[in-house]
Design a protein around this ligand. Sequence first.
Ligand SMILES: [Zn+2]
Length: 112
Amino acid sequence: MDILAKILKDENITLCPNDGSGSHPSTEHINKICGLDGHEGYAFCVKGRKYIYTGAQVTGWEMKYVIAHELGHILMGHLDPDFKECDRQTKESNADVFAAVFTALLLFHEYR
Ligand SMILES: [Zn+2]
């Protein structure tokens, strides 16, 4: 199991890829949705459970980057409605930095 899969499992985060293999909760069950990233991917929370949705157009390493970006949002607390430490642009910048470093580490482990 790679580190990304391990973190998702440990943090109890469900992936919802838009390729027919995942299950996206129906909208009536969504209490709060954070569409932080438009159509490429977003993280959201339903009844305390966290999900990462990825768009159909992202595959391979791009998908890993999108998942890492959304994981960054979750781990940095951006889904918390009380999170007020920074504005949206700063959240996106921080999630991008997290994803860049995380993806570089994944590449390092794959190719070392
Ligand atoms: Zn984002």
